[in-house]
Design a protein around this ligand. Structure first.
Ligand code: ADP
Ligand code: MG
Length: 405
């Protein structure tokens, strides 16, 4: 691939030019609308700072959550604009709309080194439209904001696996460059995708079960062990005949899981015990149980301590480890032990065994910070979940291939 990078753009000169940047600011918010983990904002700073220093008029495009094409104050980027202003050390204005009058006025009014954040691009249904013409029309309007001689920098690694207007169609319409974050993510992930040193251990958890079953199939050839915990594991346990009660379960995937177990059973490592809770709440009654011991009507929000130990033994032997998806509902303190234990085992393998460790996934990365673990204990914490998984699966990332020309 021959992708131009931010450095190429800086060499060409950005002074006084409008530069549209796609960043990933899809940060977790609590019920009060406060940012609970600013990791993705922090990761976007190097690119934005370099453009500011180069004298660009920076216009940032980003999304937050799934407002489904409608303006919804709950998904406003206002808290992001505030956090970004603070992190950058300069005022970042938030446009009142995406491609409307306010965005235009503010874009026109930018001076060298200013940063403008557009409102959530997913307030416009055309952003994620399957219809290329619809997306194109929206992309044209975004590109108009960049006036003559504009440029596009793709820096939202978490969205490069999506062919969306602000990621893909805008890149087709302007001179386009990979930002520092995208460049760094790709080069690190290539190390795990192309020639991972074995033993290569993949750990999968989280809640997007059907999204991730394909990964198992794709990685089974390369990985030596695939550890499965979190919301992922109950469909496998059900396939083995266990009654998972009210635990997260994707019934229509049980057969697929059974098939995966038959084909890759020697590689797949499942929990040996679980935490069971009477209800899905932090103060629920709970206890450690055997796989067949979830009380009737209860659910399992975490793996048990013996599972953590078993997983840790496998992780300790690794030379390459990729982790996507929390082992339990880590957001609730009583159910964070599985995630914490597995994360710590990865940190230990990195330090003691020289294992090359990569964490991918918004919630997984957030869990590392929220649980107070050492961020620099991992070789790399990716800002993209779906994007890093798809990259490791060997799928084409439309937001990256569109930069190739
Ligand atoms: P990532 O963002 O790292 O790719 P996902 O988005 O797939 O991960 O999943 C993260 C979510 O999975 C977390 O919010 C966590 O609470 C949830 N989760 C993990 N284990 C369970 C479980 N046993 N039951 C329900 N939800 C779970
Ligand atoms: Mg997630």
């Amino acid at each position: 691939m021959t992708v131009k990078t931010l450095q190429d753009l800086l060499d060409e000169g950005v002074d006084g030019r409008h530069v549209l940047v796609r960043s990933d600011f899809n940060v977790p918010l609590n019920d009060a609308g406060e940012i609970t983990d600013p990791g993705r904002i922090t990761a976007s700073l190097p690119t934005l700072q370099a453009l500011v220093e180069g004298g660009a008029k920076v216009i940032v495009m980003a999304h937050l959550g799934r407002p489904k094409g409608e303006v919804n104050a709950r998904y406003s980027l206002a808290p992001v604009a505030e956090a970004l202003s603070e992190a950058l050390g300069q005022y970042v204005a938030l446009a009142g709309d995406v491609v409307g009058e306010d965005a235009h006025e503010r874009a026109n009014g930018l001076t060298e080194g200013d940063v403008l954040l557009l409102e959530n691009v997913r307030f416009d249904a055309r952003e994620t439209s399957k219809d290329e013409a619809e997306r194109g029309e929206f992309a044209d309007q975004l590109v108009e904001l960049a006036a003559d001689n504009g440029a596009f920098v793709s820096d939202g690694f978490g969205v490069v696996h999506r062919a969306q207007a602000s990621v893909y169609d805008v890149a087709k319409r302007l001179p386009a460059y990979a930002g520092k974050l995208v460049e760094k993510e790709i080069s690190v992930l290539e190390k795990t995708a192309v020639n991972p040193e074995s033993p290569y251990v993949v750990i999968l958890g989280g809640s997007k079960v059907s999204d991730k079953l394909g990964v198992i199939e794709a990685l089974a050839g390369k990985a030596d062990k695939i550890i499965i915990g979190g919301g992922m594991c109950y469909t496998f346990l059900a396939a083995q005949g266990y009654n998972t009660q009210k635990s997260l379960l994707q019934e229509e995937m049980i057969d697929t899981c059974r098939d995966l177990l038959e084909r890759f059973g020697d590689k797949i490592v499942l929990p040996v015990d679980l935490v069971a809770a009477a209800e899905f709440s932090a103060d629920s009654e709970h206890k450690v149980v055997a796989l067949d011991g979830i009380p009737e009507g209860w659910l399992s929000p975490d793996i048990g301590p013996d599972s953590v130990e078993k997983f840790a033994e496998v992780i300790a032997t690794s030379k390459t480890v990729f982790w996507n998806g929390p082992m339990g509902v880590f957001e609730m303190a009583p159910f964070s032990q599985g995630t914490k234990g597995v994360a710590q085992a990865i940190i230990d393998a990195t330090a003691d065994n020289g294992s090359f460790s990569v964490v991918g996934g918004g919630d997984s990365a957030a869990s590392v910070r929220v649980l107070g673990l050492k961020e620099d204990g991992f070789s790399h914490i990716s800002t993209g979940g779906g994007a890093s998984l798809e990259f490791l699966e060997g799928k084409e990332l439309p937001g990256v291939s569109v930069l190739d020309r």
